[in-house]
Structure formats: structure tokens, C-alpha cells
Ligand binder design. Structure first.
Ligand SMILES: NC(=O)c1ccc[n+]([C@@H]2O[C@H](COP(=O)([O-])OP(=O)(O)OC[C@H]3O[C@@H](n4cnc5c(N)ncnc54)[C@H](OP(=O)(O)O)[C@@H]3O)[C@@H](O)[C@H]2O)c1
Length: 354
């Protein structure tokens, strides 16, 4: 199979660089264009590289940054575009790219809640991908797909098998969110060093709305799930990975061992199709009393390409019909670029990138 040419929009940012690290040696895709803001155009990607845990291939690093422009995309021959743009830029540009025939896989929030745009976590709601067929641009080959806010992805992954196995109507979650979730340069150092900031703009509302759409049922559009997620979100001085404390009032008595089994045995379409970026086991369950931790668990997931793509759950407790646990997931991999790449692998395997 010849590789599918793709572009990265916002290639110099946190998520953009993660995209490049995942795409530079991808079995399905090859990088055709790297686009970013005017100030970076003409520079080489290597000059802006900041990932200390991912090596940049010399030939990709030597590529010139190109302007963000639908004409650049057309000239590059890119079939798909991975977007790591801020929402205000993504809004018009992603729609324009889809109108021009590009298949857009976006991390931005701009189009997530539109009725005909899938908001995907491929293990949870792969059937929602079919929504792209309802988009006006689909007949000309272009469409838009999105992945959720980084704080929602790990939570949605665990809520799916729990909702399938047990009876509950709400989940309460407190987040400890990493700095990289705020983009680059992100939160000023003097605001966050030796500190915790108990407010992230719109995050709590996004967790509630996006979880309802992801866990919803596909009819003409997505009928939102009745499950309510009540969040308290905080930024903490951690570089990468979001930790979340989850509390769920259960309708019936449940054993902690049954919860652990439901989570650890969960598999989805990415695992059945053996997609390259799919972790063999999407939810790892730890029995140590002090896990998961960002430093120890952010890169959970096997094989090597799925590093950072598994969520880790620990400290599962059930007391008086109250289920409590911690879940941790990598915000720029599973909650960001890795999620989009997995969406694109699913789309490719389902024949949408032909
Ligand atoms: N970080 C996360 O954990 C995470 C997770 C899920 C989703 N997201 C979403 O993913 C998107 C990217 O996030 P990020 O953390 O990677 O942000 P970021 O580090 O600030 O990167 C943004 C990228 O967009 C480029 N850009 C900014 N303004 C532009 C303009 N006017 N024209 C062209 N390019 C422009 C930036 O170029 P410069 O390098 O020149 O600034 C950079 O390449 C956002 O929508 C964010 O909400 C982030």
C-alpha cells in the first residue's frame, strides 16, 4: 500500500510536534507539508523542536515551514490534514480545507460540538465516524473529524466499560492537569511554580458536554448520553499527563475486583483491527497504593508506537456504593496528537481516506 500524504497544521506547537513525531515513520502516512504561523514560515522544523523524549528524523527536521493556506495544502498533494491550531485559527481554516477536499483530523475545539462532526475516541464511539458522510463537503472528498479535550479522553475511555457493566447516572471528577495542556509557552512560570491554579477556562463545561457527545448514541445526529460529568479542574506544575480523581455513586453494590476486571478487559475496534497506534490494552489497572503517577505512568501503552496511548487506573475503591479511583492519561499523545492519528488510522481502515 502506498503511503497517504498528509499535512500538519500548527507543526511548531506542542501538539504539532507530537504529530510530527508520530507521523515521520508512520506505516500508513507520509508528511507532505508542515505549516505554521507567519513568524515561523521559511524556518526549518529542527530549529523549533522542543520534544526531549522524541527524536526528529534529519530529513523531516530539515523541511521548511510553509504558510497556513489551502493553496499550500493543494500544492503539497496532502490528502489529509492534522490540525494542531488554536481554535480561533482552526475555525475558518479547517472548514476551508475540508471544502477544498482535505480530510481534516483536528485537535481544536472549534467544530467538536457541531451536529455532523464526529468527536471520536476510537475505542468508545467508532461508529460516530459515519457522521462525516452527512457533511456538505463529503461529496467533494473533504470532511472534518475531531478528538476531545485532553481532560476528557482518558475519562471517556474508562466511563465506557463502566457504563456498559454498571448502573450509574453521574460521575464527579477532580483534575490535576499538566502544563503542556495549555500550549506553548502556556501558563507564566511565576503563576504556576510551587502553586496550583484551580481554574482552567471553559474546561469543566467541555468535560460535561464532550463526554455526553462521545458516550451518546448515533441516530440522525448523536443523542447525548444521560450521564452527567461534574468536574473541578486545576492546573498543576507537572509537565505532561493529566491525573483525575473520579467518584461515581452506584445504583447497586459492586465489588472493586469487578470494576478492575471490567476496565482491564476492555478492548475496542482499534485493538480488533490492530491499528498501528492502538495500545494492545487501552486501560491498564495498577494495584500499587500510590499509582498512577505522571512521572511513572505517562508513557503507558504497548507496542512502542502506542507509548502514551493507554490510560492507567489505580486506587480502585468501593465504599457504601461509592466507586472511587484515579485515572491518568498523556494529554499531548492520547489526549492530543495520538488521538487524532488513531482516528485517521480508523478512517483509513474503514475506507474514508481512499
Ligand atoms: N496541549 C494539549 O494537551 C492539547 C490537547 C488536546 C487538544 N489541544 C488543542 O490542540 C490545539 C493546539 O494546542 P497546542 O497545545 O499544540 O498549542 P500551541 O503549542 O500554542 O501550538 C499552536 C500552533 O498553532 C500555530 N499558530 C498559532 N497562531 C497561528 C496563526 N494565527 N496562524 C497560523 N498558525 C498559528 C502556532 O505557531 P507558533 O509556533 O508560531 O506559535 C503553533 O504551531 C489547540 O486548539 C488546543 O486547544 C491541545
Amino acid at each position: 500500500m502506498s503511503k497517504i500524504p498528509v499535512a500538519v497544521l500548527g507543526a511548531t506547537g506542542n501538539i504539532g510536534q507530537r504529530f510530527v513525531s508520530l507521523l515521520q515513520d508512520h506505516p500508513f502516512f507520509e508528511i507532505a507539508a508542515l505549516c505554521s504561523s507567519e513568524g515561523k514560515v521559511g524556518g526549518r522544523l529542527a530549529d523549533f523542536w522542543r520534544l526531549d523524549d522524541a527524536a526528529l528524523d534529519a530529513d523531516v527536521g530539515a523541511r521548511e515551514i510553509e504558510p497556513l493556506d489551502a493553496r499550500v495544502l493543494a500544492r503539497s498533494g496532502a490528502v489529509a490534514a492534522f490540525s494542531a491550531l488554536p481554535p480561533e485559527v482552526a475555525d475558518g481554516l479547517e472548514a476551508e480545507a475540508a471544502r477544498a477536499g482535505a480530510k481534516v483530523f483536528s485537535n481544536a475545539s472549534s467544530h467538536r460540538m457541531e451536529d455532523d462532526v464526529p468527536l471520536l475516541v476510537p475505542e468508545v464511539n467508532p461508529d460516530h465516524l459515519r457522521l462525516v458522510e452527512r457533511q456538505a463537503t463529503f461529496a467533494r472528498g473533504g470532511f472534518l473529524t475531531t478528538n476531545p479535550n485532553c481532560s476528557v479522553t482518558g475519562l471517556a475511555l474508562v466511563l465506557k466499560p463502566l457504563a456498559d457493566a454498571f448502573d450509574f447516572s453521574e460521575a464527579h471528577v477532580s483534575t490535576y492537569q499538566a502544563l503542556s495542556g495549555a500550549g506553548y509557552p502556556g501558563v507564566p512560570s511565576l503563576d504556576i511554580l510551587a502553586n496550583v491554579v484551580p481554574f482552567i477556562e471553559s474546561e469543566e463545561e467541555k468535560m460535561r458536554q464532550e463526554a455526553k457527545k462521545i458516550l451518546g448514541t448515533l441516530r440522525e445526529t448523536v443523542v447525548p448520553s444521560p450521564l452527567d460529568v461534574w468536574a473541578n479542574c486545576a492546573r498543576v506544575p507537572v509537565r505532561e499527563a493529566h491525573l483525575e480523581a473520579v467518584s461515581i455513586p452506584l445504583q447497586e453494590p459492586v465489588e472493586a475486583e469487578d470494576v478492575a476486571r471490567a476496565l482491564a478487559s476492555f478492548r475496542g475496534e482499534p485493538q480488533r483491527r490492530r491499528l498501528p497506534t492502538a495500545p494492545r490494552q487501552p486501560i491498564l489497572v495498577r494495584s500499587e497504593r500510590n499509582r498512577p503517577q505522571p512521572l511513572l505512568d505517562l508513557n503507558a501503552g504497548e507496542p512502542a508506537r502506542a507509548r502514551g496511548m493507554a490510560a492507567t487506573v489505580g486506587r480502585i475503591r468501593v465504599t457504601d456504593r461509592n466507586l472511587r479511583f484515579f485515572v491518568l492519561s498523556h494529554n499531548t499523545l492520547r489526549g492530543g496528537a495520538g488521538g487524532s492519528v488513531l482516528n485517521a488510522e480508523l478512517a483509513a481502515r474503514r475506507g474514508y481516506l481512499a
